[in-house]
Design a protein around this ligand. Structure first.
Ligand code: ACM
Length: 572
């Protein structure tokens, strides 16, 4: 009996693999049909809907980049071999139909996002095929209907610890679009650096932008407001929303270096970690920063951080002005003061008609549920998720396990964090959230999606950044887009292997979980930190330059895409 069951299981698995087309994330439904469509330099692409013309050009360029096939843009619109359409039946944002017949290809959706994602699926199918001698790319006829599981499919990049610059960020946005990820959370301020130009407070970047995790005296690196507009626009063309994070009241050291008049004081290990809640001018200063920031990001969402403030509040309890304020306001502890501070800054955000985003520490406060999104990151505190849902907050799931991509991704790797020996393997990412989050919580409409975060204490080079992101970013795409009933680990493994040739073609250095020895670990330096549980090693930051240890011949060299960097005289 057991043997028969095994045979049935193997047959089902084999059928699933045979039906498979190499598209990541896995679409909702794929039906192979008879015949093939041949794509070549005389294939026309067009639309009768002028609002889709930008997508036609985008697709044309991507196909040319990938395969050197120059599709012909059909200026008349109708009668194109590849036809883009906006249909009238209302669909979920991002849902689409891709129909490939031997005669035509149609990509349709009720919304532009959907048409774009249909084109991304088609692009993946094109990339998967070799052109024949006549430069024909042969595509299997099929009908795909697809829709995302979650509307928030995010990736967070920390550029405060190490700065990567515009070109690298654009490349990352390209890959996000390829995988149908749509929220780029940009961690721009922290202990080690302030990376966003604020015109009213120029020292934030000229002084606060100096230094990084591995070199505290590095020249200032940051994004000008024009750089930011350029990135936001670039992301927008790919249907990616950019959300800035201005972390407060903790993780404020770089800002406090620039404007020490707003620091909340120091204790051993945490110099100038927080802003000063007892100085009324601090609130105006931060409100000015929030206003300028808000004007650069059309999404009208500001992430205010709010994490790990406990590391800095010891300094608050030693300050007499802060003690006086707490007494006057009848606060019974620094925790209440922290909430007061955060609420005031959150009110600034909502006064600008923007949404407040915050790490899960903010769940304990009194932020307005209809204007707040909580980021649940502490997987060891499931109560925080529970409480956030109970208080009617929308929630993005981004727990350290398995969604922190600075954590190690396998045994045998050494540079990176882990949590009590647990690794964040690509399959753990792929299987998220259903094996980890209780079904009654997962079923809540308040869960808006899934996000991976990559902190960069141990990541200095682009090569290591790629090594930590790829292929886990593909697992993330399936976690955020694909319904559990459409998931199949064997199929995913096949698709990953097929996608590796696209990584190779793009010069992406990735971890290969199937043959790790092919791509040895990239080690930028061994951080002089214990690989501890939390991100608490901020306290070790900015003390000394960390010596770079190149463990092997594959250790990375930094390719200096520092397009946005501004030089600044080093401080004495
Ligand atoms: C965090 O990792 N401190 C959000």
């Amino acid at each position: 009996m057991k043997f028969k069951l095994l045979i049935v299981f193997l047959l089902i698995a084999a059928y699933g693999r045979a039906q498979n087309l190499n598209i990541i994330p896995q679409p909702q439904s794929v039906n192979k049909q008879e015949g093939q469509f041949y794509l070549n330099n005389s294939t026309t692409v067009g639309t009768t809907d002028t609002s889709l013309l930008a997508l036609v050009s985008y697709f044309q360029k991507e196909v040319h980049k990938a395969k050197s096939v120059a599709l012909v843009q059909n200026v008349n619109g109708s009668g194109s071999l590849i036809d883009l359409k906006l249909s009238s039946n209302q669909q979920t944002i991002g849902a689409y139909t891709l129909n490939i017949t031997p005669e035509h290809i149609t990509v349709s959706s009720s919304n532009k996002e959907g048409v774009f994602y249909g084109l991304m699926s088609l692009l993946q199918l094109i990339k998967d095929q070799q052109a024949d001698n006549d430069k024909n790319i042969c595509l299997q006829a099929c009908k795909i209907t697809d829709a995302p599981r979650y509307q928030w499919r995010g990736l967070m990049l920390d550029e405060a610890r190490h700065f990567f610059g515009k070109e690298k960020v654009k490349q990352l946005l390209d890959w996000m679009a390829y995988y149908k990820l749509n929220k780029f959370h940009w961690h721009l301020t922290d202990v080690q650096g302030w990376r966003i130009e604020i015109k009213k407070y120029p020292k934030l970047t000229t002084i606060g932008g100096m230094g990084n995790y591995s070199d505290t005296s590095a020249e200032a690196e940051y994004y000008t407001q024009n750089d930011i507009r350029e990135i936001v626009d670039y992301a927008g063309q790919r249907f990616i929303t950019v959300i800035p994070e201005i972390d407060m009241p903790g993780h404020a050291t770089a800002a406090n270096r620039a404007y020490p008049e707003y620091t909340g004081g120091s204790v051993a290990g945490y110099p100038n970690f927080t802003f000063n809640p007892a100085n009324e001018n601090t609130y105006q200063y931060l409100a000015d920063i929030i206003k300028e920031t808000n004007s650069l990001f059309p999404a009208h969402m500001i992430h205010l951080g709010g994490d790990e403030v406990a590391y800095g509040v010891k300094a608050w309890s030693l300050d007499t002005a802060i003690a006086r304020m707490m007494q006057k306001k009848n606060f019974d502890g620094v925790n209440q003061l922290e909430q007061y501070f955060f609420k005031r800054m959150a009110d600034t955000v909502t006064s600008l008609n923007s949404k407040i985003l915050a790490w899960d520490e903010a769940t304990g406060g009194s932020l307005p549920p209809d204007k707040t999104i909580i980021f649940w990151w502490r997987q060891n505190l499931p109560g925080q998720l529970h409480l956030a849902l109970q208080k009617n907050y929308q929630v993005v799931l981004c727990p350290r396990l398995p969604l922190y991509f600075d954590f190690l991704q396998d045994t045998g790797l050494v540079a990176g964090r882990n949590w009590n020996g647990v690794f964040n393997r690509v399959t753990d990412v792929y299987n998220f959230p259903d094996r980890q989050v209780p079904a009654d919580e997962l079923n809540s409409k308040l869960i808006v999606g899934v996000q991976a975060n990559i902190w960069t204490e141990t990541i200095e080079s682009e090569k290591r950044l790629d090594f930590m992101l790829f292929p886990r970013i593909a697992g993330l795409a399936e976690a955020a887009w694909t319904l559990p009933e459409q998931k199949n680990e064997l199929v995913f493994a096949d698709k990953l292997k097929a996608d590796f040739k696209n990584y190779d073609a793009a010069g992406i250095y990735y971890y290969n979980p199937f043959e790790p020895s092919l791509h040895p670990e990239v080690v930028d330096f061994v951080p002089r930190i214990k690989l501890v549980k939390a991100r608490s090693y901020v306290r070790h930051a900015s003390k000394r330059r960390h010596g770079k240890i190149n463990h092997n011949k594959y250790a990375s060299s930094k390719k200096g895409h520092k397009s946005s960097k501004r030089s600044h005289k080093k401080r004495k």
